[in-house]
Design a protein around this ligand. Structure first.
Ligand SMILES: O=C(O)CCC(=O)C(=O)O
Ligand SMILES: [Fe+2]
Length: 261
């Protein structure tokens, strides 16, 4: 497949009600793969934060957002990164593949404040969810123009051959429901212009086709439907794959230590 074929294949998974681009792929890994990955996450590597715990592979970025280049552990590579290649997810990033994975664990009731992922990475994040379902809250970044009344800022002109929707047609803020074993890809304007976070709640409520942006793409809606639109949270682990822009090799670090030329 060349990259346009790959892009075409991904279109079936695009979350159409959101700015470009989010893609949601249910059952990206099998239950066996999920269990095997969970088993291999090293217990000794966690950093405890106030509402979650975290580990970085192969290592934490330096203060200048530089990655000391090293291979990812094999349980994070196969089968996931091979599947990324087939989908061409990182074809457009500087290293043409992920070189960094953050593993987050959220116990029931835990979460992460709304934030953006920023400039240390190429604007592509691929998130594999493990263990339990959770809602990701997605909202617009506040802009300076939010303070002023913007008259005449109507969106797409009628008859324009715009394929993208006008800004105002996107339904925001909203939620993306992430099932265990699913993949969420965040890229482009969705990466740059939106905030994402996870509310500190034990139950996600009022989950419906209207309130969940990726409802039609879910692998199994019946659990939520049978539970009256509620998702009882459990412990959820996420693997967020990224391409760090600045990478230093161990060799260049040694040479750097000898004095840069
Ligand atoms: O756990 C998630 O899906 C989100 C994690 C996140 O936003 C981050 O690590 O920057
Ligand atoms: Fe994030």
């Amino acid at each position: 497949m060349d990259s346009s074929d790959k892009r075409e294949a991904l279109q079936a998974f695009r979350i159409a009600s959101l700015p470009p681009e989010f893609y949601y792929i249910p059952n990206f890994i099998t239950p066996e793969e999920e269990a095997s990955i969970l088993d291999k996450i090293p217990a000794a590597r966690w950093t405890h934060l106030s509402h979650r715990r975290l580990q970085a592979h192969p290592s934490t970025l330096t203060k200048t957002n530089t990655l000391l280049g090293a291979p990812l552990p094999s349980y994070l590579l196969a089968p996931i990164v091979e599947r990324f290649k087939k989908l061409g997810i990182f074809d457009g990033t500087p290293h043409r593949g992920p070189n960094h994975v953050l593993i987050n664990e959220y116990k029931r009731g835990e979460g992460i404040m709304p934030h953006e992922d920023g400039g240390a990475y190429a604007p592509v994040v691929a998130t594999v969810s493990i263990g339990a379902s959770i809602c990701l809250d997605v909202s617009r970044k506040p802009t300076p123009s939010d303070d002023t009344t913007s008259l005449g800022a109507s969106g797409a002109e009628e008859g324009a051959e715009e394929e993208e929707k006008g800004e105002e047609e996107y339904v925001l803020p909203t939620r993306i429901f992430q099932e265990p074993r699913s993949l969420l890809i965040t890229t482009g304007p969705a990466y740059r212009d939106l905030l994402h976070g996870i509310a500190l709640i034990e139950v996600d409520e009022n989950l419906t086709p209207e309130t969940v942006a990726n409802w039609s793409l879910l692998g199994d809606r019946s659990l939520v439907e049978e539970n009256g639109g509620r998702n009882e949270r459990g412990t959820r682990v996420s693997l967020t794959y990224r391409d760090v822009l600045k990478v230093s090799s161990a060799a260049s670090k040694v040479l750097g230590g000898l004095g840069k030329r």
